[in-house]
Write a protein that binds this ligand. Sequence first.
Ligand code: CTP
Length: 400
Amino acid sequence: MVDKPKVVLGVSGGIAAYKACELLRRLTESGHDVRVVPTAASLNFVGEATWSALSGNPASTEVWESVHEVPHVRIGQSADLVVVAPATADLLAKAAHGLADDLLTNTLLTARCPVVFAPAMHTEMWEHPATQENVATLRRRGALVIEPAVGRLTGKDTGKGRLPDPEEIFEVCRRVLARGVTEPDLAGRHVVISAGGTREPLDPVRFLGNRSSGKQGYALARTAVARGARVTLVAANTALADPAGVDVVRVGTAVQLREAVLKAAADADAVVMAAAVADFRPAEYAGGKIKKKDGQDPAPVALVRNPDVLAEISADRARVGQVVVGFAAETDDVLANGRAKLARKGCDLLVVNEVGESRTFGSEENEAVVLASDGSETPVPYGPKEALAEVIWDQVAVRL
Ligand code: CTP
């Protein structure tokens, strides 16, 4: 029998502690042995009984409980992953400075496994230089500090500082565990990913669109976060949950997508164009709904070209050494068309896949070949879109 992966769930004293109950559930239900280590302050929000009942393990706060088991050393040493959710400004400061005045901070010093912090606090506290420097210190040492989400905070405030959805924090934990003790190889990198499919409006109710779900782009965003990158996801008409730690910019049309991608790409180390961008848009937009007229044939729809974002970014790299990745969805002569497209677009990598009504669009799996401008070809067998995403980041990482 294989031992269950050991996860330490650290909970510090913020109102978002209640969301950690859901994260704990997801971790235990998916076969992890979870030990919750709450701080004393966090017990004001969620009590010890909840943690021990949900985890099936004791939940202690101080190093003075069960001293004969030397918990302040053993819990950290034996963990496969430590995740602190929520991580308050105070906890991040203690971790950055190596303080060890309770069981959680002791555990953080003894752990040699990957450590994930999911901060949650008010925007002012998050943006304060003290917090930002502590976060930078933790990241430099190899910890994964997930960017907080933007939205409603405690009270009436809104802004950056929300704890991401527990399900999305779980997704980060799952990927980090799968990677093992490898350093986050995209740490300190900014990557921009476009996802979904653009819609080109004909009138206020109709548009020309395509069948892209955005799942491949979202898988790229999630895997990049787990590898330590700062991620901007330009999402065109997707209906998927915001991945934890990702800055999501929502767009509708190809022109809007171009604007958002170019803006984010200005300081990006890599740009991955996974979105299905419409090559054409209606030449005219009818301000009112187009009505059918009895006895008259419908008027033809005139189209004009949209800008080619991938070609533009490949030609005008905003940064020296920026890696640009395109996708090619082909129905026939897949590899030959892919190679020609790689040359035409001028990108570094082109991920070629075969599409059809029942293939790729909206599905969880994908099969592809990653073509590189240096002539190499990496076939990726049929499997989860996440596995393809990992291969793409492997290829990007070696070129950075
Ligand atoms: N793309 C883009 N801007 C466009 C069209 C496409 O940036 N206006 C990007 C896509 O995001 C994708 C790549 O280009 O990464 C390939 O898109 P595709 O539509 O397959 O290529 P085309 O050059 O339009 O070729 P064709 O329609 O002839 O297959």
